[in-house]
Design a protein. Sequence first.
Length: 324
Amino acid sequence: MVHKHAFEALDRTLKDVLSVGDSRNSELPFGGKAIVFDGDFRQNLPVVQNGSRQDIVHASYVHPTFGRLVSSASIEEINDFAKWLLEIGEGNVGDSNDGESTIEIPNDLLITDSTDPIQSLIDFVYPSVLDRFKDRDYFSERAILAPKNEVVHGINDRLLALFPGEEVEYLSSDRLPNHRLVLKLGVPVMLLRNIDQQNGLCNGTRLSKRVIEAEILSGGNVGSRTYIPRISMVPSDKKIPFKFQRKQFPITVCFAMTINKSQGQSLSRVGLYLRDPVFSHGQLYVALSRVNTKDGVKLLIFDKNGWPTNQTTNVVYKEIFGNL
């Protein structure tokens, strides 16, 4: 998927570069070069602050595209699951509502334990976590996903409490939300800001904490050791009428992460925790398609009364597929 502004910026850049040798190129789309865009419009669409559904769809560059492939060693094992995923992504499961629809999740994908369902979800995603936390690959291939940060923080706090060892507390220089960062040796963390993109220190990179010395777990620099500095951060939310600055380590514990943060990652084990339903286009599809096989995902869905259920909401803006 290509954001409209990125599309326009790429067009301008190619024209500038190619016009050096031949000024006629500057008048042609993309400097006269054939450009192929590959994307999956079943996934999350660009974020438009305070934007309507129409604004979000308009911000996406819609053009015939190749689909995202779900790969596995055995196509036969995933064939039905892949078809179901595509139906989820295109909004063809459940009732005929265009936008939001209620769907039923197959029982074999559900966490149904009513005694402690959250612990059952944790055990599915992180079995024997205290025995394997020193294994780099263990954390890089699994995650618990949820739509909202509030739920993610709750899961991270619960798993952090299970870890042995002394807590290390890092306080920011102010009292704004997330003022207190608590870590333990071996806990996986995620970067919240771009620090050094060339060396793999980008927003969303997963790391293994070593007293703010960290080991990279994802991307092209897996296994590299790095040091995370405390930096000044200024929120970019335009809804805030003033700017404030906080100095803190740009990381967060990441046993669990939001669905949006998981986009682009390939995992072997995913637990989807839907205490609240998804709220934007493609979120459910993104969460479910992080894995290659049906055996790699389980969902814990709560109804309005806090009881496990097999029904949830799927959000799909079908007009995004209109020109494909």
